[in-house]
Design a protein around this ligand. Structure first.
Ligand code: NAP
Length: 238
């Protein structure tokens, strides 16, 4: 039986753990060849192994998203080997310190903005031509409720996610009507991952949905397809 993402090539950032790892597993399970990227090679290899055990295919590409030239090199490798990209999941994220803005060291500000906002710009810049080569290029950005509901002490993270949404809407408008590329923004809501644990250390993890639930929602979005500039917000529990 043909799988819904057969012959599709997907790139998932932040695929070494959490939502990104589960998304990579879900997309590969649906037949896509998935390129997994993050800094931690061991985490990427574990996810790749699980994909292979389930009968899927994947390629790992260890990369620090703070390095824009490495993003360009990855795009060049993918252009040389596959000549297109069908699905780009902009998932990697940094929470940064939860503190008053006047206490945030510039290096932490730069890391949060670098991973959550500048890297998605570099990825769009690097992969736009390859997404246009697909008959159905799809970009999904993983945002947060903090983008539209900023709160005290979450300044860098909230600003980066608001910026990410504006970036993705701008890109969606640029490519609408003249290409087959469509863009969606997903707010996963509270999800049982390392990032959530560091934001809310005293919370009972069992009160949250698992990252597999978010991955399934992303897969459904891709399989059912979506209008560009689609917004999807998931509740904490599903
Ligand atoms: P997580 O478990 O901390 O995973 C974050 C991922 O980003 C990891 O794979 C990490 O890989 C990667 N990453 C971080 N810095 C990187 C860098 N410099 N270069 C390359 N990769 C980097 O977090 P998560 O909860 O799954 O979060 C996934 C997305 O969902 C994020 O965008 C987050 O903002 C969003 N989100 C999460 C929640 C939640 O409740 N969990 C709620 C709202 C939004 P390495 O460390 O191996 O590089």
């Amino acid at each position: 039986m043909t799988k819904p993402l057969e012959n599709r090539l997907a790139l998932v950032t932040g695929a070494s753990r959490g939502i990104g790892a589960h998304t990579a597993l879900a997309l590969a399970g649906a037949g896509a060849h998935v390129i997994l990227t993050a800094r931690t090679e061991g985490g990427l290899s574990e996810v790749e192994e699980k994909i292979h055990q389930a009968g899927g295919t994947a390629t790992i590409a260890p990369l620090d998203l703070m390095n824009g030239e490495h993003i360009d090199q990855l795009a060049q490798h993918i252009a040389n080997r596959w000549g297109k990209l069908d699905i780009l999941v902009l998932n990697a994220g940094q929470l940064g310190p939860l503190s008053p803005l006047s206490h945030i060291p510039p290096k932490d500000w730069e890391k949060v903005i670098g991973v959550n906002l500048t890297a998605p710009y570099r990825l769009i810049r690097g992969f736009d031509a390859l997404l246009r080569q697909s008959d159905k290029g799809r970009v999904i950005g993983i945002s947060s409720g903090a983008a539209t509901d900023p709160r005290a002490y979450w300044g860098p993270y909230a600003a980066s996610k608001a910026g990410l949404e504006a970036l993705l809407d701008s890109y969606a408008e640029e490519v609408a009507n003249i290409t087959n590329v469509r863009v969606a923004v997903v707010n996963p809501g509270g999800t049982r991952t390392a990032m959530r644990k560091s934001a809310f250390p005293s919370e009972d993890p069992e009160s949250l949905k698992g990252p597999d639930v978010v991955a399934q929602a992303l897969l459904n979005l891709l399989v059912e397809d979506f209008e560009t500039k689609r917004r999807l917000s998931l509740p904490k529990k599903v």
